[in-house]
Design a protein around this ligand. Structure first.
Ligand SMILES: [Fe+2]
Length: 311
């Protein structure tokens, strides 16, 4: 069927009534966005002659995506989350705001509610025979170089199987394993004692991987550690670093890698005195630079549905 119907009065009227775009009630912003997205979908169906079978395959896919709880994972895999970062970076540049640690995507696996420790936290609760000890430490400063005391640094990462606590299909991890929060000391210092993560792959039977298979893309990420950093009078930073040397660093299915976010990994001794499981351990120093509030506000705070648990 190659007949074009999008521009007909019938279809344009259908779009108007379906989204109640001219009605005075309802959420005007929501209607504006829905009308635009539905219009773009209708137009694409017309332009690409998308068949009824293809449309229903898409509708059914959305149902399955929701059942799998993978909509946010797909958003990362299709670059939607990266695109939001690109837009926020551009907005910062437009007002001359730079100099902070680059942001990168949050991903879907954060859990709120970790106990906040002063300065140092040991966050590996469960033994993990395949993961060696790792110390992550550094300083939180503002763009003026001054330390930010009392900033809260949260981190979360995978275990040696690529699974996150609270989302581990094997059930092997306790709540808040490899997740933690520390408050910086007077010098802006923070430290996490943990275990080395490995990369993460999308659930192989899940909807995200199913879509990626269709377009011949893999669903893997290099080993990485996520962070939120929040300090008084500064904007909250959402970022990650990659573990240097991972072969997927520049082939991340979620597009989170940035050049400034690949700190060197050093090997040190003295782990026993730090309570680590071996004396030799890996050490990553990563300093966070927070950007100032804009006209007294965090103008880029992101609200989204996040898991929450009691520590
Ligand atoms: Fe992750």
């Amino acid at each position: 069927m190659s007949a074009k119907v999008f521009d007909t009065k019938e279809v344009q009227d259908l779009l108007k009534t379906a989204t109640n775009i001219d009605g005075k009630d309802g959420n005007a912003r929501f209607k504006q966005i829905l009308n635009r997205l539905l219009s773009d979908l209708f137009k694409a169906i017309d332009d690409l002659d998308i068949s009824p079978d293809e449309v229903w395959a898409g509708v059914n896919y959305l149902n399955k995506l929701g059942q799998d709880g993978e909509a946010a994972l797909l958003a990362a895999g299709l670059g939607l989350e990266k695109y939001l970062d690109i837009r926020m970076d551009a907005a910062d540049k437009a007002v001359g705001l730079d100099g902070g640690t680059p942001r990168t995507i949050e991903g879907p696996l954060y859990v709120a509610g970790a106990t906040v420790h002063d300065g140092v936290a040991k966050i590996d609760i469960n033994p993990d025979a395949d993961a060696g000890p790792l110390v992550i430490h550094g300083t939180v400063t503002g763009t003026d170089g001054e330390p930010v005391a009392g900033a809260v640094v949260e981190c979360w990462h995978a275990n040696s199987k690529g699974f996150y606590s609270h989302f581990d299909p094997t059930g092997a991890q306790s709540d808040f394993n490899l997740r933690g929060a520390v408050k910086t000391d007077a010098n802006g210092k923070y430290e996490f004692r943990t275990l080395m993560p490995v990369g993460y792959g999308c659930p192989p039977q899940g909807s995200t991987q199913r879509l990626l298979n269709e377009i011949a893309r893999h669903g893997n990420r290099p080993a990485h550690v996520h962070f939120f950093v929040a300090g008084e009078q500064h904007r909250k930073l959402t970022t990650q670093f990659n573990i240097d040397g991972d072969p997927l660093i520049w082939d991340d299915f979620a597009y989170a890698t940035r050049e400034e976010l690949i700190p060197p990994v050093a090997e040190k001794t003295g782990g026993a005195a730090l309570g680590l499981k071996s004396d030799v351990y890996k050490d990553i120093e990563f300093n966070f630079v927070l950007t100032p509030l804009v006209q007294g506000k965090d103008n880029q705070i992101v609200h989204r549905l996040r898991a929450e648990a009691a520590a």
